[in-house]
Design a binder for this molecule. Structure first.
Ligand SMILES: O=P(O)(O)OC[C@H]1O[C@@H](O)[C@H](O)[C@@H](O)[C@@H]1O
Length: 229
């Protein structure tokens, strides 16, 4: 295999946590206003099950549906996502972004070994995150939430964004390896019949088992583990 398709948030950069925190603020504000008495907070498991790896609008719909909230007008759904995005971008601008050191080492080693690198992310902030983390130089092709939206492609867990990444890199899915930290992303890679699927478990608990059940070929805690000692 000569091409590697990396998810971004949680794989190369620690921004999955920034996304999760911003989602929590946005959803908790919505839920507590809608039902102050019965307020039941947005949890880390909610993030992993319904939001992680998915496009912004898909995450909003999937989470609210999990709470049997299906009567929200489209403008309100959009406003929740926009509120979350304002929180996310403000944190990004204030604190910057840390790439995982093990991921940087892995990118360098992959590049030296002649592997060509693409990033496939559901986020519309993909370019800003790559730039802030100083990783853009490694990336030959970027497929992000803006690109898939402009082409009318469905988001993860549908395979389309990864398939587009492979196509733009000029390889078949079988000729590419996918690196993912979200269950929706592992499902997308498996659905696309990619050559090899590496899952990165950043959260512990039942995540590694869920990743294997979703079809990951291997689960690691950090990309460093894949490098020779
Ligand atoms: O709102 P954005 O920046 O377009 O990101 C959409 C999604 O992008 C994914 O990469 C993240 O895992 C999700 O948490 C996030 O919600």
């Amino acid at each position: 295999m000569t091409v590697a398709l990396f998810d971004l948030d949680g794989v190369l950069t620690s921004t999955a946590v920034l996304h999760r925190n911003a989602w929590k603020q946005a959803f908790d504000a919505f839920l507590s206003e809608r039902d102050p008495e019965g307020f039941d907070e947005f949890t880390e498991q909610d993030y992993l099950d319904y939001v992680d790896g998915r496009r912004r609008e898909d995450g909003v719909r999937a989470f609210l549906h999990s709470r049997q909230i299906d009567d929200v007008p489209a403008e309100t759904l959009a406003a929740i996502g926009e509120g979350k995005n304002d929180l996310f971008t403000a944190t990004l601008e204030r604190d910057g972004v840390d790439p995982y050191p093990g991921s940087v080492r892995y990118l360098k080693a992959a590049q030296q070994a002649g592997l060509r690198i693409a990033v496939v992310t559901s986020s519309k902030n993909g370019a800003a995150v790559l730039d802030a983390a100083d990783l853009s130089e490694y990336v030959e092709v970027r497929v992000d939430g803006l690109e898939t939206a402009s082409r009318g492609l469905p988001g993860k867990p549908a395979p389309d964004s990864f398939l587009l990444g492979a196509e733009l890199m000029g390889v078949t899915p079988a000729g590419a390896v996918v690196f993912e930290d979200a269950i929706s992303g592992v499902e997308a890679a498996v659905a696309g019949k990619f050559g090899y699927v590496v899952a990165i478990d950043r959260v512990g608990g039942g995540q590694a088992d869920a990743m294997r059940a979703a079809g990951a070929d291997v689960v690691v805690n950090d990309l460093d583990e894949l490098l020779p000692a």
